[in-house]
Design a protein. Sequence first.
Length: 451
Amino acid sequence: MAKMTPRTLSGFMELLPAPQQQMERIMEILRKTYSLYGFTPLDTPVIESSEVLLAKGGGETEKQIYRFTKGDADLALRFDLTVPLAKYVALHYNDLSFPFRRYQIGKVYRGERAQRGRFREFYQADIDIIGDGKLSILNEAEIPSIIYKTFSTLGLKRFQIRVNNRKILNGFYDMLGLSQRSGDIMRTVDKLDKIGPEKVRTLLTSECGLAEEQAEEILKFIAISGANSEVLTALEGYRGRSEVFDQGLDELGTVVRYLSEFGVPAENFAVDLTIARGLDYYTGTVYETTLLDHPEIGSVCSGGRYDNLAEYYTDRQLPGVGISIGLTRLFYVLGEQGMLNPELPTAPADVLILPMTEDLTAAISLATALRENGIRAQIHGEEKKFKQKISYADKLGIPYVIFLGEDEIQAGVVACKDLATGEQTKLDAAATIYRIKAGLAEREKGSVILG
């Protein structure tokens, strides 16, 4: 039989064991951090009915989804975690308690052109808060604190959460008589960081049909900058000309006011009128988070408030607010920038036990005792040379090796070697366990991300 050459499809990521351990560590930090804020884990199907995903996807969704038929069913792979969430909440409304707070870390699929750092299959890490009828502005104010806590716990310091409110933008466009084109304008303005103001100006006039003076007015408005208080003061000058604008300004002011109480430092948060978010379903506060030393990466966490995402499944008003981290892309660029901490353990086990006797009873008993104390243990029972067994531990980065021969068993001790220092001890099992746990705790110090 002819052999096929194994390969990974373009746009899909497969990690070797060590980086996979780094990815899992990041996921675990996200799970623990989200749980601190009262979010429950959720998992929705990877495959949905196409009509569910296309109901309110907006933009390029139909071109990007992986769509196929099975029998009479028109199916697609989910392209984000938010649209399936809206269906889930509408479906299980009577079984849920509101506000419903969930987190989900799962794979999504987009048939985009694969390129460096851009994948067709990738993990997203989302949190969303769904209300029943209404949803307090408090939730929109809390989201930046969750972003701050998450990235700080990962080890990042120089990042900025940028926030705006789409009601401010919609209200401003209404003042210019452009309400009917506000969606197109916002999608164009959202490209500002990528293409610059001059190209945005060109698109506003050529594709959105704006007059030169209207495009100029928009660019002047979104260029308002400074300290958060200064931006809010400048926006007050527009108050009274649009009810929607005024509502958005009040909401943005509330979000800013609560920030310090939520523990978000001023240097990590900025009001930025250029933030629009391209997806049509956002209706209020919108967020984007960037790494200050790596602006080329773009947004590493984004999201916002939405009011009508579930309207295709229910007549109930189920407003929500949420954020999403493109985890696979973030992991890729952090690795490229050398920001993943190489000192943290990535080994699949903490201890490798090398039995030196034919009877494996003592080795099995010791492995059981180690595991009961939270120490990951592996027994190497293969018929290999001693040097090969040590090389195995070295290659995997397993920090401790235990030799268990007849002499040790008779004396009731364990010979344990720290492969990093070369130090070797012969202590009883309890003392060895204590020593290993102390060493592991020291090795775990430090953050997963440098920066």
